[in-house]
Design a protein around this ligand. Structure first.
Ligand code: CA2
Length: 168
């Protein structure tokens, strides 16, 4: 399905027949608990950028290629709602679930139930940290996982989602 004007498409947005195709009209960037404190505490681990800085950078990077929406909550139930809404609407998801990554069966179920195409993102390299951060309930239901590149993890996730085939 052609969602966007051809001139706005990258080379990777051509389908087999050379027609423009975009995998998503909308990508929802969902951030979990404590990520609202980014840039204000622990810059040594999570960087100096605030969540608002990350949003502005990602919007600039996306340009006119896709509509971006940003959500953040410290509550697991809210996050489940955001995932369901985005997934059922066919939007792509960039998900940094924070500590719920390592605990939440409910979030994993929401991704699966809504058939969302989701990239799991972490600022830090969780595998180089405490062992309780090595397990993720989300990785098995993610299209892929990006961790350890600071705020650029979100940029990489955006490009990864936009490079997926259009499944509509
Ligand atoms: O590296 C990541 O992006 C994490 O998802 C961040 C979570 C952590 O529990 C995951 O294991 C890895 C923690 C986010 C906490 O954010 C803070 C921001 C500023 C100050 C303190 C915490």
């Amino acid at each position: 399905m052609c969602i966007r004007d051809r001139s706005m498409c990258l080379a990777s947005c051509e389908d087999f027949w050379g027609k423009p195709s975009m995998p998503f009209a909308r990508i929802v960037v969902i951030n979990g608990p404590n990520l609202n404190l980014l840039g204000l505490r622990e810059p040594g681990i999570y960087g100096a950028k605030t969540l608002a800085d990350i949003e502005a950078d990602l919007r600039a990077r996306a340009g006119g290629r896709v509509e971006l929406q940003f959500r953040q909550s410290n509550s697991e139930g809210d996050l489940v709602g955001f995932v369901q809404e985005a997934g059922l609407d066919g939007a792509g998801i960039i998900l940094n679930a924070g500590a719920y990554t390592h605990t939440s069966v409910a979030l994993a179920d929401a991704v699966k139930a809504s058939r969302a195409r989701m990239v799991e993102v972490h600022l830090s390299n969780v595998h180089a940290r405490e062992s309780f951060r090595h397990h993720s309930y989300l990785s098995p239901v993610a299209v892929g996982v990006i961790a350890g590149f600071g705020d650029r993890s979100y940029h990489l996730a955006l490009e990864a989602l936009l490079a997926l085939p259009d499944e509509s």
